[in-house]
Design a protein around this ligand. Structure first.
Ligand code: DX5
Ligand code: ZN
Length: 242
């Protein structure tokens, strides 16, 4: 299970201190929300911020491009230190060349699906991605409420992965707290991006530990249920979750 704090919720006035907290937190990835003020009505970080933080941490940089023209940003973020780069499936025909470009830059490939978008839009790309991110809020801001109607999309992504013998991570992003993280794990998620619920805690390390325990327990419960009913049997290639 991957726990990924979202830097958007960090105290940006004390970024150096937040990096120390992150390095001591036990988190697996650091999630960067990149907003261009066009694809979403907000602006956040650029490649310079990623480059500045890269030498300060060994964390895997998980870079979420909420941008209308990601093609101009892929190389700058890859060179700045991104390990994985996501683009949105809502970009339509541009998606295929974008996924190839990310791969050609030697980075992990991520695809994001917004709440109003059918998960079926992602199906043509499943064999070419390392991570599928199901947005559980409408993108653009942290601190929003979890949209429960997105849970069946996680289950569908999980079923496709099993049926097709694929190995992509299934991530959730937006309004992920200790309660909704458990529901997402139950639905089949294995990557939990969380901003407010983790960074708002006095101890980031304790919050990461608590969320990891919650999702691992939820997963074990699902697997036990699956074992008795034969659901959740995974192909050998998929991340070992059961
Ligand atoms: C929203 C972003 C999320 C957000 C998560 O557009 O993609 O990563 O920062 O923050 P919380 O967990 O506060 O909803
Ligand atoms: Zn995000």
């Amino acid at each position: 299970m991957i726990i990924a704090p979202s830097l958007l919720a960090a105290n940006l006035g004390r970024l150096a201190r937040e990096v120390e907290r992150l390095n001591a937190s036990g988190a697996d990835w650091l999630h960067w929300d990149i907003m261009d003020g066009h694809f979403v009505p907000n602006i956040s970080f650029g490649p310079a911020a990623v480059r500045a933080m890269r030498p300060l941490t060994k964390l895997f940089f998980d870079v979420h491009l909420m941008c209308s023209k990601p093609e101009i940003l892929l190389e700058p973020f890859a060179q700045a230190g991104a390990n994985q780069i996501y683009v949105h499936v809502e970009l339509g025909e541009a998606v295929t060349p974008l996924l190839w470009k990310i791969k050609s830059l030697g980075r992990k490939v991520g695809l994001v699906v917004n709440p109003p978008t059918s998960i079926a839009m992602a199906q043509p790309y499943l064999g070419r991605i390392d991570s599928l991110l199901v947005m559980t809020v409408n993108p653009g801001f942290g601190g929003q409420s979890f949209i429960y109607e997105t849970l069946p999309k996680i289950q569908q992504a999980y079923a496709w992965r099993r049926e097709k013998g694929l190995a992509y991570h299934i991530g959730v992003d937006g309004g992920v707290d200790f309660k909704t993280a458990a529901e997402c794990a139950h639905a089949g998620a294995d990557t939990f991006i969380s901003g407010t619920a983790l960074f708002s805690r006095p101890s980031l390390a304790a919050a990461v530990k608590k969320m990891r325990k919650i999702v691992e327990t939820a997963r074990v419960n699902v697997c036990r249920a699956g074992a008795s009913t034969g659901i959740h049997r995974e192909p050998a290639s998929a991340p070992r979750l059961c």
